[in-house]
Ligand binder design. Structure first.
Ligand code: PLP
Length: 314
């Protein structure tokens, strides 16, 4: 049976006891940075595999640096907390783990400095975010992506996600599954919670890191798979909206969305209007990788329950 557990104010507690005071700075001003780590359940092995925990911890540290936040734990400690929160919660299904560094002071005042920072973690069951088989039908948002000169999108800042939420809600209310956001200069940036890629003339193309995107961990993994397993060359450059209409394939990547084909952009069919061969091959490899079925990539996985046994034996 699952026992939902959080790491809050320096200790593991039952999730229902992990409550933020209403004066907490992060609650009032969106002054927190966060991560999402996936746990992928492998039924045959009876194991929950966490994917690239260390990479997520390293990214939250970079987000915190941009936001002038201190993390009082080492990377090893943080990775350990992530494994332990999953193990103590005991879910035997796909999960999502949320590490967060937040301005914990209970004070009124808009600023980033002279405030106390703290770290928390929780875990929740989490199935498919977008339909991996049919793919997602996306629409270009009328909300532009925040610029690095406003709130840096490479930092996963809670307050910044209002921008993403506006785009996602607009897309859903207009009958789309997901939004594509454009930069202030009109180039393609990303989805509300995913990076975007296209295939044109046999090359896999994704917006450059300076196009106001989150520097995605899944994107990085997928570009490696495309190079190493499919022999594709990779380009990082600005993408025009109209290029998505004439691409051979378009798809999105993300911790929540895994690899999701986009058979339609702005109601224009991409290719033949069905998930394309590159997206489906990458999807298959990625799924095998994150569930512990590709032995050469086991280093990127943290087995939650085997990990617990090793810790207990010490
Ligand atoms: C805005 C945004 N872009 C891209 C991504 C994908 O990043 P990753 O693959 O590291 O989860 C996410 C998810 O975290 C996101 O929120």
């Amino acid at each position: 049976m699952a026992t939902p557990t959080a790491f809050f104010e320096g200790q593991f507690v039952p999730l229902e006891q992990a409550n933020i005071n209403i004066m907490t700075h992060a609650f009032n001003y969106g002054t927190a940075v966060f991560e999402g780590v996936r746990g992928n359940w492998n039924e045959e092995q009876g194991e929950l595999y966490l994917f690239k925990v260390r990479e997520h911890i390293q990214r939250i540290r970079l987000s915190a640096k941009i936001m002038r936040m201190e993390i009082k734990y080492t990377d090893d400690e943080l990775c350990g907390f992530v494994q332990q929160v999953a193990e103590r919660s005991g879910y035997r299904e796909d999960v999502y783990i949320r590490p967060m560094v937040y301005k914990a002071s209970k004070v009124v005042g808009v600023r980033m400095h002279n405030l106390e920072d703290d770290f928390l973690l929780f875990v929740t069951p989490f199935g498919a975010y977008l339909d991996p088989d049919a793919g997602a039908r996306v629409g270009t948002s009328s909300w532009r992506r925040v610029d690095d000169t406003e709130i840096p999108a490479r930092a996963k800042v809670t307050g910044l996600y209002v921008n993403n939420a506006m785009a996602k809600t607009e897309a859903n209310l207009n009958g789309f599954d997901e939004a594509v956001m454009l930069n202030q200069d009109g180039h393609v940036s990303e989805g509300s919670g995913e990076n975007i890629l296209m295939i044109r003339n046999g090359v896999i193309v994704s917006p450059s890191p300076s196009d106001n995107i989150l520097e995605g961990i899944t994107l990085d993994t997928v570009l490696m798979l495309a190079k190493e397993h499919l022999g594709l060359s990779v380009e990082r450059r600005s993408i025009d909206r109209s290029e998505l209409y004439i691409a051979d394939e378009v798809f999105m990547t993300g911790t929540a969305a895994h690899v999701t084909p986009l058979p339609e952009v702005d109601r224009v069919p991409v290719g033949n209007g069905r998930p394309g061969p590159v997206a489906t091959q990458i999807q298959d490899l990625y799924f095998k990788m994150i569930t512990g079925r590709l032995p050469q990539y086991m280093d990127w996985l943290t087995p939650v329950f085997a990990g617990a046994k090793v810790t207990a034996q010490r």
